[in-house]
Design a protein around this ligand. Structure first.
Ligand SMILES: *[C@@H]1O[C@H](CO)[C@@H](O)[C@H](O)[C@H]1NC(C)=O
Length: 843
């Protein structure tokens, strides 16, 4: 590469163009033609003022105009190199200088630099004559110094490399006169120096050589044959030496272009004129034909304004005697609108991020039209209703920019049709489709399919059980739509929620980690978070309510009569009781809920079958017939209690009943009744003794009672003082109540049975605690002990349980409706917490 070729010049025809957004500069380089592929043209780093790193980072690339890419840019070195062999003659023909235009595009910011590479000629073509042999017919009396124009040789090379000189072989008659012209071309003429004599030589043979100025020199030769003719006095004469005609491009073959005419004053064959092209280049021979008899010039090939705007055609008229005259036709080609505009895309940003702000450059292109004038004036449009618009810049550059915000979720791709139209008549247009992909930005949060979820979990589940599935969708794409799930921290009855459930971060499956007890946790809430994979990630949350479903996993628990393994309680029944007498009521609870806690009672075993019955719904133990003398005093009943679960759970209660005499009247009468009975039947003496005995016994009894009461009151005062509890004490305490424990109730439950006089069917009045007792818990209970100083009241028919508890037991204790078939006598089902945590008291 010669350094001289690298010099930068500004040529007069250089186009200076500038875009508003494009920093532009033109660079000029030159390279000889016929260089091997890979040869260096220039290094653009210095001109672009960038270094190699920046060059590749900004995705520099070279775009050539036209279809063929002669050069390429090596982004790693900044070298512009020859990609394909360049033949200057094929590329530019006679055009000089021969320049190839390219652009170097740089991104961020977008820059376009114009590169102009001049292709320099090398002497790769020899001079050439259009024919191997030229015939001259010259009359013998032709005067000396007559000149005969010789056809110039052509040389496809330019300048020094074109034809520089002509030589002629040695001969006796002619010399060669070489003339230089203003345009640098040379022509040669034969000059007659010695008279021709047909008798001496009918025919002469000369060799004409054309020599170019290249190194090394190249030559081309042609043979010149000279026929010596007899006399011919007159030379043909053209009517005009120059004809100027206009010709539309694309004129059809055989269309007449011009007609030349020459005359000759001779007679006979010396006046016969034939026309021929004189020294015309190849392209004229291809485009035009000449009728040698009429002198009509017609179209023979393609007339293309874009290739050749005018032609100079030399025509020779020769008479039969060999004398010639010359004229020239100048054909000016008129432009037609025969070229559609062309859209040349120089840069395209695709995919385009969806968050690109308005006015972001998407593409840069240039519209060219090979026609001239209006035919080459172009305009450019794109379809309406697109979020893009065109910005026109100088030199038919257009920029496609965004006009409004984009949303990949609505349109992920745009096919934009660019229509370029020229102003010719008729108008020609061309379209070019560019496809712009919109790339995703993480602008959508995951969205759960439901606003809240409810899932059911059976209690006593196995750990690891799948509870349910939450799912969130994300409208974004790929990674931005990849949702992962997690649990937010929370508490379930004072324990972290993560100890209850876990979530599969990919599928959203919720699993139970531990076995859940309905009796402890009835439901709980879990907050699930869905996060997408974008950067930064977006998230959303949803509340999942896990409802624990009850299973029948608790057997009924008997509250009364107490079943603690010690001697069973005794219920008293007067022997005079009629059928239907309410003996007692079995009270049981079930810690389960719903059907699982609906209890039913049945009599399993009885000392005297048929004497007692148990209400299936309410657990009331009644007599079924009057008691007769044969019934034993001590009756024992086994009562089964069963819940309504599947499978059902059951338990049984043992009940002791004592049949007692004289128990039908009010208590106050009880003491007197024996007296009346005694007085009524025995004789007076006996009665007297008895009365005395009775009086003595009564006195002793009275004294001991008084002593006992005094001690008791004293003890109770001490107890009240020490326990600071407030109980009804002292004289108000009903004396007519007999302590019914009789050893049958445990230390935990201490009841007073108050038997009131009156109706037999209403003796069972109250169960009332004397005072709360610190005690061991009931047999089945596992919970902590509690003291409740409150009372539950059971009315005589057991219709309802009035909760008067002042303590914590009140919250869950509630009267429940009776089971199916219940007729006012409803089963009492206390709450599950009742048996476990609370001491119950009945009044
Ligand atoms: C854009 O053109 C391509 C190729 O012709 C086609 O596959 C695609 O569906 C088009 N897209 C739109 C949005 O029209």
């Amino acid at each position: 590469m010669q350094r001289s070729h690298l010099n930068r010049q500004v040529w007069s025809f250089s186009l200076f163009f500038c875009l508003a957004i494009v920093v532009c500069e033109s660079f000029h380089y030159s390279v000889p033609e016929e260089k091997k592929s890979g040869s260096l043209v220039a290094n653009v780093l210095k001109d672009l003022k960038v270094d190699v790193k920046e060059l590749s980072a900004r995705r520099a690339r070279l775009v050539s105009e036209g279809t063929k890419q002669y050069f390429q840019l090596d982004p790693h070195s900044g070298n512009v190199i020859v990609q394909d062999r360049i033949d200057r003659e094929a590329l530019c023909g006679q055009q000089d200088p021969c320049v190839l235009f390219s652009e170097i595009m740089l991104e961020n910011p977008l820059q376009v630099h114009r590169i102009e590479v001049q292709i320099e000629d090398v002497n790769d073509n020899s001079p050439q004559f259009s024919k191997m042999e030229f015939l001259f017919e010259i009359p013998e009396q032709t005067p000396l110094n007559t000149r005969f124009l010789l056809e110039s040789a052509t040389d496809a090379d330019r300048g020094e490399n074109a034809v520089q000189n002509y030589t002629l072989s040695l001969n006796n008659h002619f010399r060669l006169d070489v003339q230089s012209h203003d345009d640098g071309s040379k022509s040669a003429e034969l000059v007659l120096e010695r008279q021709l004599d047909r008798k001496e030589n009918v025919r002469l043979f000369l060799i004409l050589a054309a020599i170019d100025g290249g190194t090394p020199k190249r030559t081309g030769t042609a043979k010149i044959v000279i026929e010596v003719l007899d006399n011919n006095d007159n030379v043909p004469q053209f009517q005009q030496s120059l004809y100027k005609v206009k010709l539309r491009e694309n004129a059809s073959p055989n269309a007449l272009v011009a007609k030349v005419e020459a005359t000759d004053k001779d007679l006979g064959s010396n006046a016969d004129i034939t026309y021929s092209f004189n020294q015309v280049p190849e392209n004229i021979l291809r485009s035009f034909k000449l009728n040698k008899n009429t002198g009509e010039l017609a179209v023979a090939g393609i007339i293309d304004y874009e290739e050749n705007r005018n032609y100079g055609i030399n025509i020779k008229a020769t008479d039969g005697g060999g004398l010639s005259a010359y004229c020239k036709i100048i054909v000016e080609v008129e432009d037609m609108n025969d070229n559609a505009p062309e859209v040349m895309l120089t840069s395209l940003t695709s995919p385009l991020p969806e968050d690109s702000p308005p006015d972001t450059a998407v593409a840069l292109f240039r519209v060219t039209d090979r026609d001239s004038g209006d035919n080459g004036r172009t305009s450019c449009t794109i379809e309406a209703n697109l979020p893009f618009k065109l910005k026109a810049h100088a030199n038919s550059y257009y920029q496609l920019v965004t006009q409004q915000a984009l949303d990949r979720e609505k349109a992920s791709e745009y096919n934009i049709t660019i229509t370029a139209t020229d102003q010719g008549s008729p108008r020609l247009s061309s379209i070019r489709m560019i496809s712009v992909q919109i790339s995703d930005i993480n602008d959508n949060s995951p969205v759960f399919e439901k606003s809240t979820y409810e899932m059911h979990l059976w209690e006593n589940n196995i750990p690891g059980l799948l509870i349910g599935l939450v799912q969130a969708k994300d409208l974004d794409n790929n990674k931005n739509a990849k949702v992962s799930y997690s649990l937010l921290p929370g508490k379930v009855s004072d324990q972290p929620v993560s100890s209850y459930v876990s979530i599969n971060s990919e599928t959203g499956n919720l699993y139970a980690i531990r076995s859940v007890d309905y009796e402890q946790v009835k439901d709980f809430h879990v907050t699930v978070r869905a996060v997408d994979g974008g950067s930064p990630p977006l998230s959303s949350q949803v509340m999942v309510r896990v409802v624990v479903v009850d299973e029948n996993d608790n057997a009924p628990f008997i509250l009364y009569p107490l079943q603690n393994g010690t001697s069973p309680s005794n219920d008293l029944v007067p022997r005079g009781a009629e059928a239907g007498y309410l003996v007692t009521k079995v009270v049981a609870v079930d810690r389960d809920s719903g059907q699982n806690s609906w209890l039913s009672y049945e009599l399993l075993k009885a000392t005297e079958p048929g004497l007692f019955s148990v209400g299936a719904q309410n657990g009331e133990v009644k007599t079924t017939r009057p008691i007769n003398k044969r019934d034993t005093i001590k009756q024992k009943l086994i009562i089964g209690v069963r819940d309504n679960g599947h499978p059902a759970q059951s338990t049984s209660a043992a009940l002791s009943i004592l049949l007692v005499d004289g128990f039908s009247d009010p208590f106050m009468k009880m003491v007197e009744i024996p007296k009346e009975e005694v007085v009524g039947e025995e004789d007076r003496t006996l009665t007297m003794y008895l009365v005395i005995c009775l009086a003595v016994i009564s006195s002793i009894f009275l004294v001991s009672m008084l002593a006992f009461v005094a001690i008791k009151i004293h003890k109770r005062r001490r107890f009240i003082e020490s326990s600071a509890l407030n109980f009804p004490v002292g004289p108000n305490f009903p004396e007519n109540c007999r302590d019914a424990d009789g050893g049958s109730l445990s230390r935990a439950y201490n009841y007073e049975v108050c038997l009131a006089g009156g109706s037999l069917s209403s003796e069972f009045r109250f169960l009332r605690p004397l005072f709360p007792v610190f005690s061991v818990e009931p047999a089945q209970s596992q919970g902590p002990q509690k003291i409740v100083s409150g009372s539950h009241e059971i009315s005589c028919n057991g219709a309802e349980v009035m909760n008067q508890a002042r303590g914590a037991a009140s919250e869950d204790a509630a009267a429940r409706p009776g089971g199916p078939g219940g007729t006012g006598n409803q089963p009492i089902t206390a709450n599950a917490n009742l048996g476990q945590n609370d001491w119950l008291s009945y009044q």
